[in-house]
Ligand binder design. Structure first.
Ligand SMILES: *Cc1c(COP(=O)(O)O)cnc(C)c1O
Length: 375
């Protein structure tokens, strides 16, 4: 890829770099043919639990299902409320709806786009059962403040860690180990991505892990004996085999993302009209799933189109907060309900970010942004 063409992601390049390892893992699965809950699933679950420093990981069909099954396993359903942040991917809210509970939204802080603990506290009612902070863009939410809030109010703290594989707090604790349970997604472009859908729940809680194992497999551990009514949501054996290979590279890939973030910071420092993403004081390792700047004083969509004309692909994560989505008109919330989430949605721009991005490519993105804003 010439440095003057910068894609937002480069999955084919990443696969080419590890192709022999992937081929061997896939061939091993084809040789035994146990495509559902084959031995590679248990192996990957052990590896992922160890990576997240918890006792249990349970592979499921997607990150959305991971959130849904956690809520079900905790007995959260109709009549219950679950608090999450307004500026997340819709799946966080939809998982709450799947469980039959009501998503109650709270605003983020504009500096780091993360759930504001004061806003979460204000959203608590007698029906609230849980809080789901999102480690958005790969940065841990304010888990000490949210943990204290959850504990004082008797609520379950569930992490949406779909963007935070390998992220950690300044004291070393890792995302996936910071609440009662965490949901990970292995959607292909996540920091650890499968070749299709996949997800996992991590938890220290043995009974909760067991319940999720039941729920993902029609309520069954022993074949044709069903203890509860469940779902069909397993992590595929092939995906687990691929994830075990990719997990060996995750630490290096996350380091490469952090290096790219550093290049962006030096190349864009002091650029008028651009706000660089803040690292929160509690953040140890930011996983830089995304590198999201804010474009002030100019129309963000016009800037994005001008970047595209210069060969730089950008994306907006996300252009419409949950409360302004047609799908959530039922919440009855209007424009103005969450000022920070709304201000973010108008000004954010995700710049190309992937482990293989070169310093020259980052330089071209930064030069293009500076040129577009000066023009
Ligand atoms: C990707 C993502 C999900 C959903 O994961 P899937 O595996 O696509 O179902 C949930 N929450 C957030 C914040 C995500 O980024």
């Amino acid at each position: 890829m010439p440095p003057d063409k910068v894609p937002f992601q480069d999955i084919p390049l990443q696969i080419r770099n590890i192709k022999p390892e992937i081929d061997a893992a896939v061939q091993a699965v084809l040789a035994h043919g146990e495509f559902i809950l084959g031995p590679e699933v248990a192996t990957f679950e052990r590896e992922w639990a160890e990576y997240c420093r918890v006792a249990h990981a349970v592979g499921v069909g997607s990150g959305t299902d991971a959130l849904h099954l956690i809520l079900r396993a905790l007995g959260i359903g109709p009549g219950d409320e679950v608090i999450t942040v307004a500026n997340t991917f819709i799946a966080t809210a939809e998982a709450i709806s799947y469980a039959g509970a009501k998503p109650v939204l709270a605003d983020c802080r504009i500096e780091d786009f993360l759930l504001d603990p004061a806003a979460a506290a204000a959203a608590i009612t007698p029906r609230t059962r849980a809080i789901i902070p999102v480690h958005l863009y790969g940065q841990p939410a304010d888990m000490d403040a949210l943990g204290a809030l959850a504990q004082n109010s008797g609520l379950a703290l569930i992490e949406d860690a779909a963007q935070a594989h390998g992220a950690s707090l300044a004291d070393g604790r890792v995302c996936g180990s910071l609440g009662v349970a965490a949901a990970f997604s292995y959607y292909p472009i996540k920091n650890l991505g499968a070749f299709g859908d996949g997800g996992a729940v991590t938890t220290r809680d043995e009974p909760l892990a067991r319940q999720i194992r039941l729920l993902r497999n029609w309520g069954s551990v022993v074949k044709y004996h069903h203890e509860v009514q469940g779902f069909n949501s397993r992590l595929d054996t092939l995906q687990a085999a691929i994830l075990s290979v990719k997990l060996r590279h995750l630490a290096a890939w996350n380091d490469a993302r952090r290096a790219a973030a550093g290049w962006y910071r030096s190349a864009l420092g002091g650029c008028p009209g651009v706000v660089l993403p803040a690292e929160a004081p509690w953040t140890g390792r930011h996983a830089y799933h995304l590198f999201v700047v804010r474009v002030l004083e100019r129309d963000r969509d016009v800037v994005a189109r001008a970047m595209a004309a210069r060969g730089v692909q950008t994306v907006v994560h996300y252009p419409v907060p949950i409360h302004l989505q047609k799908a959530y008109a039922e919440l009855g919330l209007r424009k103005g309900a969450f000022p920070s989430a709304e201000a973010a949605s108008r000004s954010i721009l995700s710049l190309p970010m992937f482990p293989e991005i070169t310093q020259a490519q980052v330089g071209h993105v930064a030069d293009s942004l500076r040129a577009v804003l000066a023009g």
